[in-house]
Design a binder for this molecule. Structure first.
Ligand SMILES: *Cc1c(COP(=O)(O)O)cnc(C)c1O
Length: 813
């Protein structure tokens, strides 16, 4: 948008006055932030209203991205960026004596996700809007986001994340768009006009109230919508009847059970408690979302049997897969379509992304629980499954083992992944390797039955947040060097490759990295009191804490470097600072122990003056989107060291690459494609391959005891875990010790140790050659454009959704 500085200043002063009855002098930072956010939202609203009007009137196909998680982080900076008014606002605020950066720090992260899956959904929203695709998000407005992590005495302590405490300037509550969602009760079958009719009785109603957040396109007059649902009791009718019987307790219990639905995001996407509540959450937002889509579709006057021409729904992982049955319910019970018509429309609308092969993350619900909570939905799933199993039996007559294995309902369990596959026209993995593993291992039966459904869509990240916003210096250097067309077409970053050998450009790249590191070092000194050398190699592993991501491999290697330095204090290794950032699921014991281990190692190393500051270890508290935006632009080395075959894609890896870090990687997830893009000289690959891991898992042949007995470095490290070196209590790290030895090292940490240590020796020697290192950084940035989520989203749009990329909205009157 076009905005004049003087106009901005007067708008801002007025907004502050109107919102808080305050002048700039005397206003708190919080109020200053809210006035700015409110003003930016005001700037957006006209386009937002016009966009919605256009979508409704034109019948343009819209895609709704259903996800339990949207890890959006902060919106002020990215909205200013996408509107193209960041500089003018910054200048205007400076003249008013206000620092924009300081106000940006006031905003609470919207931490409505655990990690990569939720962040992907957020990147997709940004890319859909910025590519002109009519696409919206649908999820839950959790009152509490992912917990806030405090580190106390080296241990993770979880604090509730009440992110809405100060209010949320971006959302608008849409009271008039509320929807009723029904749980429990029973189904009575009746014949009305000769049609078998299913009547839901004695159910518990829940009121779903939408909160809409604008999703602002970059340099376009479009504004899409993220709609998050909040669960509330149905106000008077239900309560009143209960109260009139004098049963306050029951009314309160009802209120509490309803409010619980949107109370809190489940920590961790792979193991959890409170299954019933989780299922309630899923049906709650799916039902509310689909009902509201249908309601607005019908307002447009288009015929119901063309729904699939105008609407697409994407199921992000299995969490929203009950959408298949819910849409069938709406089409059959409410719109009175036949089963076959409804099925054709539903499968044409639905598409499903698989995010993991970790079996504990494949959702299964006990039949009894499912049936009681969602009786009609269960009936529909039974019928879908009956027809599916018949079709299987036609293709593979009598192969009962295989048919049982593929059945949606089996062994007293409802298998949500199977429902999603059967009910969607597209099933995609999130990196080439991952999709191949799905096709040929995890879902091979389904692939044989539905080969045409399977496809790959490698994940991506929005280069607007993960380069332009978080690393403005680098972004400006790129534009100064190759022009600005890369912003709209990130693949054009590859023009930077020409400057690979240009000493002046190399120096600029290096000095930007150095400036970022120096800034961050100050921040670390202020927050943790740890003094780090900005000239040391910044070696970073930030991601959820999970055994498969192998933070343990990293920390064992740091202990090994420390052991070597203790043996030989004059050992010639370059100074390194290792950074970790990771939250552990509160119930995931081994993960929490790993955090304590990292902190114990950090304490030991950081306080040992005999190693001459050659090593420092920093555990960054409360890893989140806004912290990621600070650390990633400082990284020299990116640690992407998951056990091959276990990481579906990874997106952290792409963020680091785009900011010019060199990756130490296993050939896992999208690392494989990163290697292909950047060339093997510009990435440090090590370790077992996916097929080797799969083969060990199938046929055996690995014993961690052998490594322990034959490699004396490993032997010493393992011993140090339990001999009092790191902790007064020898039991402190017992689980880690046992997982590596007694349980035969499920994630091949010891097996890969030697290769990993050698990989780091390579890093050390590459870094010594400044020129070579800078070349590598440049090549990484230059080849990161394919990993922009703009590319990813265009493929989804074209291959799966059938949506169009609109250039600009026509002017509306
Ligand atoms: C990108 C991102 C992730 C995903 O990181 P991976 O390394 O791919 O696991 C997790 N959390 C946050 C806050 C992120 O920004």
């Amino acid at each position: 948008m076009i905005l004049d500085k003087e106009k901005f200043k007067s708008d801002y002063v007025r907004k502050l006055m109107n919102s808080f009855a305050e002048e700039i002098e005397g206003a708190s930072k919080l109020h200053k932030y809210f006035a700015l956010g409110g003003l930016v939202r005001d700037y957006v609203t006209e386009n937002w209203v016009n966009t919605n009007k256009y979508y409704l009137e034109s019948g343009e196909k819209q895609i709704y991205y259903f996800s339990m998680e949207f890890l959006i982080g902060r919106l002020l900076g990215s909205n200013l960026l996408n509107l193209g008014i960041r500089q003018v606002c910054k200048d205007g605020l400076t003249e008013l004596g206000i620092s924009l950066e300081e106000l940006e720090e006031i905003e609470n992260d919207a931490g409505l996700g655990n990690g990569g899956l939720g962040r992907l959904a957020a990147c997709f929203l940004d890319s859909m809007a910025s590519s002109g695709i009519p696409g919206h998000g649908c999820g839950i407005r959790y009152r509490y986001g992912l917990f806030e992590q405090k580190i106390i005495d080296g241990y993770q302590v979880e604090v509730p994340d009440y992110w809405l405490r100060d209010g949320n300037v971006w959302e608008i509550r849409k009271e008039n768009k509320a929807i009723e969602v029904r749980f429990g009760g029973k189904i009575r079958i009746d014949y009305i006009n000769n049609r078998m009719t299913f009547i839901h009785e004695d159910y518990e109603p829940v009121r779903a109230v939408p909160y809409d957040t604008p999703v602002v396109a970059y340099d376009k007059n479009m504004v899409n919508t993220l709609r998050l649902w909040s669960a509330e009791p149905i106000a008077w009718e239900f309560d009143f009847n209960t109260f009139s019987r004098g049963d306050y307790v029951k009314a309160e219990a009802y209120r509490a059970s309803v409010e619980a639905i949107s109370q809190v995001l489940y920590p961790d996407d792979s193991n959890w408690e409170g299954k019933l509540l989780r299922l309630k959450q899923q049906y709650f937002f799916v039902s509310a979302g689909l009902q509201s889509i249908l309601r607005s579709y019908k307002k447009s006057g288009l015929p119901i049997n063309e729904l699939n021409k105008h609407i697409a729904v994407h199921i992000n992982d299995t969490h929203p897969s009950v959408a298949v049955a819910e849409l069938m319910r709406i089409l059959i019970d409410e719109e009175l379509l036949s089963w076959d018509e409804a099925w054709h429309i539903t499968t044409d609308i639905m598409a499903y992304t698989n995010h993991t092969i970790l079996s504990e993350a494949l959702e299964k619900w006990p039949v009894d629980m499912f049936k009681n909570l969602l009786p009609r939905i269960y009936m529909i799933i039974e019928e879908i499954n009956r027809r599916f199993c018949e079709a299987l039996n036609r293709k593979w007559p009598g192969q009962w083992g295989r048919i049982n294995n593929m059945s949606i309902i089996n062994d007293g369990l409802v298998k949500m992944a199977h429902l999603a596959i059967v009910g969607s026209h597209s099933v995609n993995g999130v990196a080439e390797l991952h999709t191949e593993i799905l096709k040929h291992q995890e879902l091979s039966n389904f692939y044989q039955f539905y080969p045409e459904k399977f496809n790959n869509k490698t994940n991506g990240i929005t280069h607007r947040r993960w380069l332009m916003k978080c690393n403005p210096k680098l972004s400006n250097l790129i534009t100064d060097t190759i022009g600005s067309s890369w912003i709209k077409a990130p693949i054009e970053l590859n023009s930077l490759a020409k400057y690979k050998y240009d000493p002046a450009f190399q120096n600029k790249i290096a000095s930007i990295k150095k400036a970022n590191k120096a800034n961050f070092s100050n921040l670390i000194k202020n927050k943790y009191g740890i003094v780090i050398d900005p000239n040391s190699i910044f070696d970073v592993q930030v991601k959820r804490l999970h055994a498969y991501k192998r933070q343990i491999l990293n920390v064992l290697h740091i202990m090994h470097l420390y052991n070597k330095l203790k043996e030989n204090p004059s050992l010639d290794i370059l100074p390194r600072t290792f950074f970790f950032g990771a939250k552990a699921s509160p119930s995931y014991h081994l993960a929490k122990q790993t955090i304590k281990l990292i902190n114990s190692v950090a304490t030991k190393i950081n306080n040992d003056s005999s190693i001459n500051d050659k090593l420092k270890v920093v555990f960054l508290e409360n890893y989140s989107v806004s912290l990621a935006e600070k650390i990633i632009p400082c990284a020299d080395v990116s640690e992407q060291i998951s056990t091959a075959s276990k990481e579906a894609s990874g997106t952290g890896n792409m963020k680091f690459m785009m900011n010019g870090a060199v990756t130490v990687a296993t050939l896992d997830g999208a690392n494989v494609e990163m290697k292909d893009a950047v060339g093997e000289d510009n990435i440090v690959i090590f370790g077992l391959k996916a097929n080797e891991v799969i083969s060990y898992n199938k046929y055996g042949g690995y014993s961690s005891w052998d490594v322990y007995n034959n490699d004396m470095r490993v032997n010493k490290l393992i011993t140090q875990l339990v001999d009092g070196t790191l902790s007064h209590s020898r039991a402190e790290f017992k689980n880690i010790y046992e997982s590596l030895l007694m349980f035969n090292d499920e994630y091949f940490v010891l097996k890969d140790f030697d290769a990993y240590a050698k990989a780091h020796e390579r890093v050390d020697s590459l870094y010594r050659n400044n020129t070579k290192w800078n070349e590598m950084c440049i090549m990484n940035i230059a080849h990161s454009g394919v990993f922009s989520s703009d590319n990813t989203i265009k493929q989804y749009s074209k291959d799966i959704w059938g949506t169009r990329e609109l250039k600009l909205l026509p002017e509306m009157d």
